[in-house]
Design a protein around this ligand. Structure first.
Ligand code: ZN
Ligand code: ZN
Ligand code: FE
Length: 762
């Protein structure tokens, strides 16, 4: 029988996920000889056998790879060389440019779960069980290439049984870097808030009882600590809320399994798939009426963020108690997530009644990711644990390596080099020194992991953002300032690998414009290398600037004054009756001067203002709260809209909603409820956007695809309605793995910086 040889190159997430041993077993099963090795770009296989055997082998490679592997590209060609005897796993080679070879953290697999609950197994109830298909990865890595000595598992010496598994290519723990057992691996302990050991023989069982008694337990996880409490107990949730100083922002809830999730929420098949996906994100779903979760978990919110257990410790804890558990990031509001045991005692000690800690260190902080199904597709709102550091393919190769520093709120950063973009973990709002420090450390780390030395640094156009100041401090790099909404548009361009221009509908709360004012209702004709602004929204004055974003009644007042030429029917709104008249006139005075009341075009500000007026909500307790509630209340079966105009006299076509404001007020005064007014408001935004796009697309053959980008497109109702109404005229593209909000900004900045610094277009 004649043997042929093939060289197969596989790219994607194929390292640290059990790919080589799986190839090894598959090759042996197919009777092939040859070798498999990791290299800087993925995995290379040289296989020898009959053509029939080789074809079967290739089919299996594509059809049934290990669960956490992601094959992005597979190429093969024939090779003529002497077939070796047998099949081997070759040592890794460090050829060429280094690329991140560390996979994202992986949830406990079915095999490990079975062993975890099997009293005969040597890892029965061992909370750190893992294998080549599961366990921590990114968060324990200290250096590359990813092997045990370069992880926080280096501190643990494997016992003979674990070592034998690790060395055996036929074992499912072959080269599972965090491999461990109760004899040799990390240990779980329970301590009180002062760090004194609690003499709990079964820490998990005791913790479960404490939770059921209404106490708060800090739990060390994969990318940081969680604060946990009984999600069915209003008292327990209120207590945690008060301690965390987190007024009304929703908490995520962890449930034991899909059945438990179904009791809390109405799940579509797509949502169930998301809940069980290997990223194990928090999935935002519709809460069931009368479900057992306390309303205090997400006050005034019809949705709830659910997630399934993703570590053995979570599984054991959730099996121990019947209750769904609040699992919120272990931090004080506004601070970065706590990762070290010492940090937990210092910062979470005062918040928790007990702490479940262990001695496996977390090297990289990584918050839970957040995803929602929008128009039937997963849209990532926060891309962090489970995704990071998986690359997003670049639409065009990078000339020089780029670091993009992101925006101010919900910051992430991004590294781009070669054909890959690495979006870093969620950092948070860069409002304080701790968060900024976490940002700098995360940048350092990912540069090291990816082997990227940035030569270009991209930042937001806003001169005062902490991320901008950091970028300007990287004096070894060429700086490129990127306009906020251009970056949003570019993030969509990158995600969809578009080469030509797009019509970008960029709607969000705020972003620094090229004219120094706050933009956020923009229609842009954009490509990576530049943009043209084609239309915008009429600005609203924000009396007191930032203060108005919290005290949204000020924006509402501005909106009314503008719509009624200074004499609105304030008496129709109880909200204003509660404000002292001197305060009202003071705010109006502030509002009249551009020095104290900057103009803002953000669509998010319109949501704030309408929500404030018609829900009687004078204040926003967390970013976007009132806008979110205004979205939530809309009755989707209403089809009417309010009147509006597009002013085409000025340099730029401008959407004017003053007639909408008056019509909404009239409806309100004649007894219409918020669900009707909100629905009509949403419909108005949809029709107005359609009109703006019609105006923008006039002229010479402008029919590029439309992208919907910016934080407003976390609003599923708005996104889905717009998709439906535009779908007939335009090709409309939505965000998927790259967040539509500011969490995706850095990725767009990187694309723009690459295009600008190499002088090219897209
Ligand atoms: Zn496993
Ligand atoms: Zn062991
Ligand atoms: Fe934005």
């Amino acid at each position: 029988m004649s043997l042929s040889g093939r060289r197969i190159e596989v790219r994607g997430v194929v390292q640290g996920v059990g790919f080589r041993p799986w190839v090894y077993r598959l090759a042996r099963r197919n009777g092939l000889s040859g070798r498999v090795s990791n290299d800087s770009r993925g995995v290379t296989i040289e296989a020898f056998g009959s053509d029939r055997e080789l074809d079967a082998f290739l089919d299996s490679l594509v059809v049934s790879p290990p669960p956490s592997a992601r094959i992005r590209e597979l190429e093969w060609r024939r090779i003529a060389s002497e077939p070796p005897s047998g099949f081997t796993i070759a040592e890794s080679s460090e050829d060429g440019a280094r690329r991140v070879s560390i996979p994202p953290d992986l949830p406990t697999c079915e095999d490990c779960l079975t062993e975890l609950l099997d009293p005969q197994n040597r890892r029965y109830r061992y909370p750190f069980i893992n294998c080549t298909n599961c366990g921590p990865r990114f968060t324990i890595a200290r250096e590359v290439p990813y092997d045990r000595a370069a992880t926080t598992m280096a501190a643990f010496t494997m016992c003979p049984s674990c070592q034998a598994e690790y060395d055996d290519p036929n074992d499912r723990r072959f080269h599972a870097e965090p491999n461990a057992c109760a004899l040799c691996g990390p240990r779980l302990t329970a301590v009180d808030p002062r760090g004194e050991s609690l003499s709990w023989e079964e820490p998990i069982r005791h913790a479960a009882r404490a939770l059921e008694a209404g106490l708060t337990v800090a739990v060390k996880g994969i990318g940081g600590f969680h604060l946990a409490c009984d999600a069915t107990s209003p008292l327990a949730v209120q207590r945690l809320r008060a301690r965390k100083k987190r007024d009304e922002k929703p908490f995520a809830v962890m449930v034991r399994d899909l059945d438990a999730a179904r009791r809390i929420a109405l799940l579509s098949p797509g949502e169930e798939t998301l809940l069980t996906a290997s990223e194990r994100p928090i999935v935002i779903v519709a809460r069931r009426n009368g479900c057992p979760v306390a309303g205090e978990v997400a006050p005034g919110n019809p949705w709830i963020g659910l997630l399934l257990p993703y570590t053995p410790l979570h599984h054991l804890l959730l099996l121990e108690t019947e209750r769904p558990l609040v699992m919120t990031s272990g931090n004080l509001s506004g601070e970065p997530i706590v990762t070290s045991n010492a940090g937990a005692l210092e910062r979470l000690g005062p918040l928790a009644d007990a702490l479940l800690v262990h001695d496996r260190e977390i090297e990289s902080p990584c918050d839970d990711s957040v995803v929602r199904l929008v128009a039937g597709r997963p849209t990532v709102f926060r891309r962090s644990r489970g995704y990071v550091p998986r690359a997003v393919p670049a639409p065009r190769p990078f000339g020089r390596p780029v670091l993009a520093c992101g925006g101010h709120l919900k910051n992430t950063f991004c590294l781009g080099a070669g054909d890959a973009l690495f979006l870093g973990p969620h950092i948070g709002d860069l409002d304080n020194l701790d968060t900024l420090e976490a940002f700098e450390e995360a940048v350092d780390r990912l540069e090291r992991f990816a082997g990227i030395r940035p030569e270009v640094v991209a930042h937001d156009l806003h001169p005062q953002y902490a991320s901008t100041l950091y970028a300007r401090g990287r004096t070894e790099c060429t700086p490129v300032a990127v306009q906020h909404h251009h970056a949003h548009a570019a993030s969509a361009i990158a995600e969809h690998r578009i080469t030509g221009p797009v019509l970008a509908v960029a709607y969000d709360g705020t972003g620094y414009g090229t004219d120094g004012t706050a933009w956020g209702g923009e229609i842009l004709l954009a490509e990576a290398g530049g943009f043209e602004r084609l239309a915008t929204w009429r600005p609203i004055a924000l009396p007191g600037g930032e203060a108005a974003i919290k005290e949204v009644w000020r924006i509402a007042l501005s909106l009314l004054d503008d719509a009624y030429g200074g004499d609105p029917p304030l008496e129709s709104f109880p909200m204003f009756a509660r404000v002292a008249s001197e305060r009202l006139s003071a705010v109006r005075k502030i509002g009249a001067s551009r020095d104290t009341a900057p103009l803002a075009r953000g669509v998010g500000r319109y949501f704030d203002a309408f929500g404030a007026l018609f829900l009687d909500r004078p204040e926003s307790r967390f970013e976007g709260q009132v806008a979110l509630e205004w979205n939530a209340v809309a009755n989707p079966s209403e089809s009417d809209a309010f009147p509006f105009t597009v002013d085409r006299d000025g340099a730029l076509p401008t959407l004017d909603l003053r007639a909408s404001v008056r019509a909404a007020v009239a409806a309100f005064c004649s007894g219409a409820g918020p669900s009707l007014i909100s629905a009509r408001f949403h419909n108005t935004v949809v029709r107005a956007t359609e009109e703006l796009l019609r105006v923008a697309a006039e002229g010479p053959a402008r029919t590029p695809p439309v992208v919907l980008t910016g934080g407003c497109f976390q609003n599923a109702l708005l996104t889905e309605s717009l998709l439906r109404s535009l779908g007939g005229t335009f090709r409309v593209l939505l965000h998927g793995e790259v967040p539509p909000g500011d969490g995706g900004l850095a990725l767009g900045q990187a694309i723009v910086a690459n295009a600008v610094s190499t002088g090219g277009g897209t």
